[in-house]
Design a protein around this ligand. Structure first.
Ligand SMILES: *[C@@H]1O[C@H](CO)[C@@H](O)[C@H](O)[C@H]1NC(C)=O
Ligand SMILES: *[C@@H]1O[C@H](CO)[C@@H](O)[C@H](O)[C@H]1NC(C)=O
Ligand SMILES: *[C@@H]1O[C@H](CO)[C@@H](O)[C@H](O)[C@H]1NC(C)=O
Ligand SMILES: *[C@@H]1O[C@H](CO)[C@@H](O)[C@H](O)[C@H]1NC(C)=O
Ligand SMILES: *[C@@H]1O[C@H](CO)[C@@H](O)[C@H](O)[C@H]1NC(C)=O
Ligand SMILES: *[C@@H]1O[C@H](CO)[C@@H](O)[C@H](O)[C@H]1NC(C)=O
Ligand SMILES: *[C@@H]1O[C@H](CO)[C@@H](O)[C@H](O)[C@H]1NC(C)=O
Ligand SMILES: *[C@@H]1O[C@H](CO)[C@@H](O)[C@H](O)[C@H]1NC(C)=O
Ligand SMILES: *[C@@H]1O[C@H](CO)[C@@H](O)[C@H](O)[C@H]1NC(C)=O
Length: 887
């Protein structure tokens, strides 16, 4: 019995083992591999529960990216690609459990778009000897790439694009060598885009070792050299896809490119290539896509282009290419997508426009193309969706009853000759998303009734600015899908629409004749309404406009007080030139984002110390001119490190000029705060105006305290403001000497100290202000001889010294003593400066100073902005990952 029992239990046991083993095989999952996967899962942050199906014994049946070989039962594929990538990494891992190595049969490994920014790329990935497919795109590993990847000799796809971490400044860790690449002899697809290969010696040689490469991407890898010649190209006959875009080679197009006759896709956009496009480009007869956009290519396009018979996409925008497009373009009938915009092409469009009947995208904007295009030319362009002929001297002559054969999505006919009739054919276009007809040869009259109906369907961006369109806007635009609406500089009148769609974030209605109150538009982010005839008060409902960042209501007839809440989140507030009254609300104190504050020309009263708190650190422009502000000029002002324009003129400020004024950092520096405009990309992305406005600010640094009741002396520290271009302290009660230190303000172009009680002599140091072109010291108590040195000799108008009884010198015909040199000095002054020069100098000054307050947005509208947009769009696409992080 005992025996039986023991036997049967052994048998049972054995059976059990057999059964278990059977289960393992039939279910196709080896427990060792399952454990490895579970260990990996245990160490990972699975934000979106991607691995929730990793439960149960049969790992081959798990849905989340695990696949087994049906015959061997081994895990062969681990596909954890984050397919729903919205800037949000689904899996995060700080360890990457090396137990994964148990998956020794793995041939497909994909971790793309997951976040491994806590760890270095693990060496052990180089030990999956059977790996054929490895995708680490956008994984953000720290540090470099382990050379052990060179062991993966079966690999045929390797995607390392953006596989390494990019810090908040956009700095990318440099890869030091790629020698290991040469061992990957089976490799067919290689993507190294977004890595920092600046330091890799002989980068192209490493790649050239790969004999069977089909596709190579090295976009944005920071390369600045490319070999001019290559003795032997290993991949000449195999490579079909080559992307070298977004580098800075700064050289001519290398000859060896034209030997890669197998190429179908060649992307050299924004790669810093110069010189001409050689004839040999015609040797790439297999090309379907050619992108040479945003380089510095010049000369004419060679006729050999016609040999690229298979070409479907041709992008050469943003170069300096010249000549007529006739002779080759009309033969490129397979083209679907053509972008030659922003070059110097000329001649008439008429010979090719109608021939390219397969085109869906047709961009020729920003050239010098002429000719008369009538509806006949469009008869065969049935597939057209994108049409950009803007900024060309063409005439579009289309009959009133024309029904186009196409449905456009994007139309830009800015500055083409067409008006004054509103283009009637637009009423048949029901799919337009973006419509730009600005400066459209002055479209006149009122907007046709059908217009708002078509836009109600699809238009998101509408620009009709700089025309002569009149009439009223519909009382509600809520039915539209508008996001951006530019109607500035037209003749619109009547009340503003009471309702806007919640999608509309940028609305520019500057320079029209709108009347009535400002409606409640709680969703708008950027609102510019200056130069209209709005009246009424500013409702405190504005407090609920939580998205508002940029508000320009200047040059209207608004009255009443500034609502208490205003300020939170704003970066620009322009209420100048209205009839606002009362005190400035304390809420402004909290405006930590505020960069531009312009309350000039109102009836505002009270002191400014209270709201001028320490939080306004971003302030670049502060204009309170022509109000009734009183009290002292707060010393806190000097803490605003970015303040470039401070204008408190025409108020009742009293007391001393704060000694700290010499500490204004931005004015102490001759360098420009906005060093280059690209730097302000984030602002650009949200609203174009802001971007341009900030660039234009580079023009001016100004301090104007004139026409107040300031007393005391001019602080010596003012001489430290070496970047200041305009200093106006006139019409105060200032006393004491003009400090010698004033000679330190080397950038000064205009200095006005007139109508004060300044005494003593005029410091010689003034004569070393070589930029000075306007000076006024009249009506003070200055005495002694007017210095005659260098720059001061250019001032020949005696009135700038008048009203100083004790001054003497030849210019004001009052001799100081029997100084023998007097005669010589008079000779000097007689070298007159011509009248026209004076006119010019004063005009430039006036222009510069008045410019940004209301014109910024108008100046934005020039041709190059569009070219920039293309480029920015592109960069945006490429770096959208980082963008999402920033916002
Ligand atoms: C892998 O995970 C297991 C279980 O969580 C753990 O015991 C082991 O230490 C981990 N190994 C590494 C290298 O992190
Ligand atoms: C994609 O991710 C977003 C948030 O990251 C989430 O709300 C959404 O449900 C996801 N979509 C799918 C199909 O998983
Ligand atoms: C690439 O690496 C080099 C050398 O370390 C560095 O100077 C450069 O800033 C890096 N480039 C980027 C875009 O991070
Ligand atoms: C071409 O590839 C082979 C094999 O990888 C290599 O030995 C040879 O040096 C390569 N040729 C050049 C010019 O790099
Ligand atoms: C490109 O090279 C030229 C001369 O070879 C040089 O003058 C120029 O500064 C370079 N440009 C850039 C952006 O490196
Ligand atoms: C347009 O493209 C089609 C293929 O989509 C091609 O068959 C046809 O020849 C092209 N049209 C012209 C005019 O080349
Ligand atoms: C449109 O196509 C027809 C038929 O191929 C052709 O006769 C006509 O010239 C074409 N129109 C233009 C403007 O090229
Ligand atoms: C400024 O912000 C703080 C904190 O959000 C708030 O308590 C205070 O009331 C605000 N001050 C003004 C004047 O709005
Ligand atoms: C007389 O001229 C000399 C230079 O020639 C100058 O140094 C001196 O200050 C002048 N005297 C007066 C009283 O201006």
């Amino acid at each position: 019995m005992a025996f039986t029992l023991s036997f049967s239990s052994s048998l049972f046991c054995l059976l059990g083992i057999l059964l278990l083993h059977g289960a393992a095989v039939t279910s196709g999952c080896f427990s060792m591999e399952r454990e490895a996967l579970l260990d990996f899962k245990a160490g990972i942050h699975d934000t979106h529960n991607r691995l929730s199906s990793w439960v149960g014994r049969d790992c081959c049946a798990w849905a989340g990216g695990v696949a087994c070989d049906t015959t061997t039962g081994h895990v062969v594929m681990l596909d954890l690609r984050n397919t729903n990538f919205t800037g949000d990494w689904a899996l995060r891992d700080e360890r990457m459990n090396s137990s994964l190595l148990a998956l020794s049969h793995l041939n497909h490994l994909d971790f793309s778009f997951n976040d491994f920014s806590g760890i270095r790329m693990p060496e052990f990935i180089g030990s999956f000897m059977k790996l054929r497919y490895l995708n680490l795109s956008s994984t953000r590993f720290m540090g470099g790439i382990p050379a052990r990847l060179g062991n993966l000799s079966s690999l045929y796809v390797l995607d390392l694009s953006d596989a390494l971490y990019v810090d908040d400044n956009g700095d990318r860790y440099p890869v030091d060598n790629l020698d290991w690449l040469s061992h990957l002899t089976s490799l067919k697809h290689l993507d190294l885009s977004g890595l920092n290969l600046t330091d890799v010696p002989d980068c192209f040689s490493s790649v050239n070792m790969l004999p069977s490469l089909l596709a190579l991407s090295m976009s944005s890898v920071g390369l600045n050299t490319i070999p001019a010649s290559v003795v032997h190209l290993n991949f000449t006959s195999s490579l079909t896809f080559l992307d070298l875009s977004s580098n800075n080679f700064n050289t001519t197009l290398p000859k060896w490119l034209w030997n890669i006759s197998s190429l179908t896709h060649l992307d050299l956009r924004d790669a810093g290539f110069r010189g001409v496009i050689p004839n040999a480009i015609g040797d790439l007869g297999s090309l379907t896509l050619l992108d040479l956009g945003f380089n510095q290519l010049e000369g004419t396009v060679p006729r050999s282009m016609v040999d690229l018979r298979r070409l479907k996409e041709l992008h050469m925008l943003g170069n300096q290419l010249t000549g007529n497009l006739r002779g080759w373009l009309e033969q490129m009938t397979n083209l679907i997508n053509l972008d030659l915009s922003y070059n110097l092409f000329n001649g008439s469009m008429s010979s090719y426009v109608g021939k390219l009947s397969n085109l869906t995208e047709f961009n020729l904007g920003g050239n010098s193309l002429g000719g008369v295009i009538s509806e006949v030319y469009f008869e065969n362009l049935t597939r057209l969706q994108v049409l950009d002929l803007s900024y060309n001297p063409i005439t579009i002559s289309i009959g009133k009853s024309w029904v186009p054969p196409f449905q456009l999505r994007y139309v830009d006919l800015t500055k083409s000759q067409l008006g004054p009739q509103f283009p009637e054919w637009l009423q048949f276009q029901t799919q337009i998303e973006e419509l730009y007809l600005e400066d459209y040869c002055e479209i006149e009259g009122t907007m046709p009734a059908w217009f708002w109906n078509i836009s109600s369907s699809t238009i998101t961006v509408l620009d009709l600015s700089n025309n002569q369109i009149g009439g009223k806007l519909p009382s509600s635009l809520k039915f539209t899908k508008l996001k951006i609406l530019y109607l500035f500089s037209n003749r619109f009148e009547g009340p503003l629409p009471t309702m806007l769609p919640s999608t509309l974030y940028l609305l520019s209605l500057i320079n029209n004749s709108f009347t009535g109150q400002l409606p409640i538009w709680p969703h708008v982010t950027i609102l510019t309404l200056s130069n209209n005839m709005l009246d009424g008060g500013l409702s405190s409902s504005i407090c609920q406009w939580t998205y508002l960042e940029y508000l320009d209501l200047s040059n209207n007839k608004l009255f009443g007080e500034i609502p208490y809440c205003l300020g939170d989140g704003l970066s620009l507030l322009q209420l100048n030139n209205n009839s606002l009254s009362g005190e400035v609300p304390l809420s402004l104190k909290n405006c930590t984002e505020l960069q531009f504050l312009d309350l000039a020309q109102n009836n505002l009263v009270g002191g400014i110390t209270l709201w001028m708190g320490e939080n306004l650190q971003q302030l670049v422009v502060l204009r309170l001119r022509s109000n009734m502000f009183s009290g002292v000029v707060p010393w806190q002002l000097a803490q605003f490190e970015q303040l470039q324009i401070l204008d408190l003129a025409n108020n009742n400020f009293s007391g001393l000029i704060p000694h700290s004024i010499g500490n204004l950092s931005a004015m102490r520096s001759i360098s420009q705060y906005y060093k280059n405009c690209d730097y302000e990309l984030d602002v650009f992305a949200k609203g174009q105006d802001l971007y341009y406005l900030q660039c234009s600010l580079n023009l001016m640094k100004s301090l104007d305290l004139s026409n107040n009741r300031l007393t005391g002396g001019i602080p010596k520290g003012i001489g430290d403001l070496v970047g200041l271009k305009n200093l106006n302290l006139s019409r105060n009660h200032l006393q004491g000497k003009i400090p010698w230190e004033i000679g330190g303000m080397k950038s000064l172009e205009s200095l006005d100290l007139s109508i004060n009680g300044l005494s003593g002599s005029i410091p010689e140091s003034l004569s070393t202000l070589y930029s000075l072109s306007y000076l006024n010291l009249s009506y003070n108590n200055l005495s002694g001889m007017i210095p005659s040195g260098r720059q001061l000799q250019t001032f020949i108008d005696p009135s700038i010294y008048m009203g100083n009884a004790e001054l003497c010198g030849p210019l004001i015909s009052k001799s100081c003593s029997n100084n023998k040199t007097t005669q010589n000095i008079i000779q000097e002054y007689k070298k007159e400066i011509p009248e026209w020069l004076w006119f010019y100098i004063s005009m430039v000054l006036g222009y510069v100073m008045g410019f940004w307050t209301f014109c910024g947005i108008l100046f934005l509208k020039d041709a190059w902005r569009h070219a920039y947009f293309h480029m920015i769009d592109d960069m945006y696409d490429r770096f959208w990952v980082q963008w999402h992080l920033i916002f």
